[in-house]
Design a protein around this ligand. Structure first.
Ligand code: GRF
Length: 241
């Protein structure tokens, strides 16, 4: 079989990696075909997501770069420099797409300057074509930007301020959680249910939309071979399901 170009994804994590796991499980299925996760990078050494990557079959290369250790080892460097360093590790894998799946850091301009090709990533070498970056956020566009969105939405529902919440995959722009939405999905909050029940429903939604969001972005920037696309289309749209 001709060497078909596999689309390359780098995933950034900080925690359990359940969204990374959703991507791993979708690889080489019609939902995310002809795609490979070429690196999982964590800013926390203990992130279970690193284990998920190592236990994948085939296993996925991992890397770790913590902010505090970096700053301690480079006292003259800043948070901006750290984000440039993160971007360099990522860009060297030549990804078609970068996915922030629970990356618990606000990406500063340092990261985006490198992945957009404004700053060199190796000597003077710059990215030729800006690499798209998507982020998963457990709220609707503009609703609960930043941290603790799940808890804040649940509180707002208890006060009658909102009727439901949601989750989204959005492009990463320089303003936190404000990039253009790629996939948006409402998530119901049921009257009287504990926050755990809402959170579980929300995470299940995230596992779906992170795959949909990655596939949608890849189809935009690195569409698969037409023949394979037709096969996938028909496998997704079999009328006799
Ligand atoms: C997700 O809820 C994501 O929305 C938030 O962090 C969580 C990551 O979960 N940013 P996991 O590490 O993928 O399990």
């Amino acid at each position: 079989m001709a060497d078909i170009h596999e689309r390359r994804i780098v995933v950034l994590i900080s925690g359990s990696g359940s969204n990374l796991q959703a991507l791993i499980d979708a690889l080489n299925t019609p939902a995310l075909s002809q795609t490979r996760i070429v690196l999982v990078l964590s800013n926390r050494k203990a992130a279970y997501g690193l284990t998920r990557a190592q236990q994948a079959n085939p296993s996925i290369p991992t890397a770790y770069l913590g902010l505090q250790p970096y700053l301690k080892a480079n006292p003259d460097r800043t948070r901006y420099d750290y984000d440039v360093e993160v971007a360099k590790i990522v860009v060297k894998e030549k990804p078609d797409l970068i996915v922030l799946a629970g990356w618990m850091h606000i990406m500063s301009e340092g990261f985006l300057d490198v992945v957009c090709g404004e700053k060199p990533f190796d000597g003077e070498e710059k990215v030729q074509k800006p690499i798209p970056v998507i982020n998963l956020h457990p709220a609707l566009p503009g609703a609960f930007d930043g941290a603790h969105a799940i808890e804040r939405a649940y509180e707002a529902f208890q006060k009658g301020e909102i009727a439901h919440s949601g989750a989204m995959v959005h492009r990463v722009a320089k303003e936190v959680d404000r990039g253009e939405p790629v996939v948006v999905q409402q998530v119901e909050i049921k009257e009287g249910e504990p926050i755990e029940a809402f959170e579980e429903r929300l995470h299940k939604t995230e596992w779906e939309i992170i795959v949909k969001g990655a596939a949608k972005m890849l189809d935009e920037v690195a569409p698969i071979q037409s023949s394979r696309r037709l096969m996938d289309f028909f496998s997704r749209h079999t009328p006799f399901k």
